[in-house]
Design a protein around this ligand. Structure first.
Ligand code: PDD
Length: 282
């Protein structure tokens, strides 16, 4: 797949021929936004939800809304190569400028790049993963899905160096989210996740899990989780479009619950697999 076909500014071309100027503001400043959209059986999953979030990110960084739903589907669907689990990475930057200047240029031609990659099967899902807690060192606009991810990268790397899959981020003694995931915890039998605000990305997987919980009489709350509540939770999960729902069985070297993926995770994982086969349409 080294030379797969990708999309760049209106053209489909081999990956090694897709080139962007060094004066692109994405390269100079990380001045752009992105989406990661999964696809199952050759169909983009929860596409409207991803598009709504993309349009919100564009609005928040003052870029225009570029295409409608059908136009995006026409652009992105040809990139899907087969029926296996895949995802589209879609990135939009503020485009190429004549000289480096922090302020926006007068004329903007956004750079649009999209490519398709396989979603790797997560081999240890049933065994669960390890996580550490770290101070959330990010900025105050985490609701924007910005390509500017240096803080997230440094935090994830710290977790990996400690043989952990994810860093769970703590701000003012409460949980925000993972370095590249949302967090759920089962606290006194209630599935709990921090509320959407500027401190977290409004995850599409998170949104689906809340909906599935409500439809299946699993008690669920969008509520602040303190560090202490996280440490004593009977289950902890990490959720994202590429990793689905990952149970955390060890937090800061201590077992979570009984040290195995919990029963509510198993129920939600099964519900999620069913929705992948028969997705909701909006
Ligand atoms: N990241 N929070 C952060 C900071 C994320 O980067 C992600 C996903 C999520 C989960 O959102 P969703 O369920 O919509 O994927 C939450 C993607 C997968 C990435 O950056 O590759």
């Amino acid at each position: 797949m080294a030379n797969k076909i990708v999309y760049l500014n209106g053209e489909y071309l081999p990956l090694n021929e897709a080139k962007v100027s060094v004066l692109d503001r994405g390269f100079l400043f990380g001045d752009g936004v992105y989406e990661v959209i999964p696809a199952y059986s050759g169909k983009l999953f929860l596409f409207q939800e991803h598009l709504d979030r993309l349009n919100n990110s564009l609005k928040l960084i003052q870029l225009p809304i570029l295409y409608n739903k059908q136009e995006w589907l026409d652009i992105l669907t040809p990139l899907l190569t087969d029926n296996r689990a895949q995802y589209i990475y879609l990135q939009i930057t503020r485009g190429v400028v004549e000289k480096r200047d922090h302020a926006f240029p007068d004329e903007i031609q956004p750079t649009i790049f999209a490519m398709c990659s396989a979603i790797a099967e997560f081999s240890n899902r049933d065994k669960g993963v390890k996580a550490i807690t770290l101070d959330d060192t990010r900025w105050e606009l985490c609701n924007i899905k910005a390509t500017t991810l240096l803080a997230n990268i440094l935090l994830r790397q710290k977790a990996v160096e400690q043989d952990c899959t994810e860093a769970i981020l703590i701000k003012n003694n409460t949980v925000t989210e993972g370095a590249a995931s949302n967090v759920f915890a089962v606290i006194n039998g209630v599935l709990t996740t921090p509320p959407n605000n500027n401190e977290i990305l409004p995850g599409i997987t998170r949104q689906l899990i809340i909906k599935l919980a409500k439809e299946n009489q699993i008690p669920v709350k969008e509520q602040v989780i303190t560090l202490n509540e996280l440490k004593t939770a009977s289950e902890i999960w990490l959720t994202s479009s590429t990793r689905e729902i990952l149970p955390v069985v060890e937090l800061d070297k201590n077992p979570v619950g009984i040290g195995h993926p919990g029963p509510i995770w198993q129920t939600m994982h099964d519900l999620f697999q069913q929705v992948k086969k028969h997705p909701y349409e909006r």
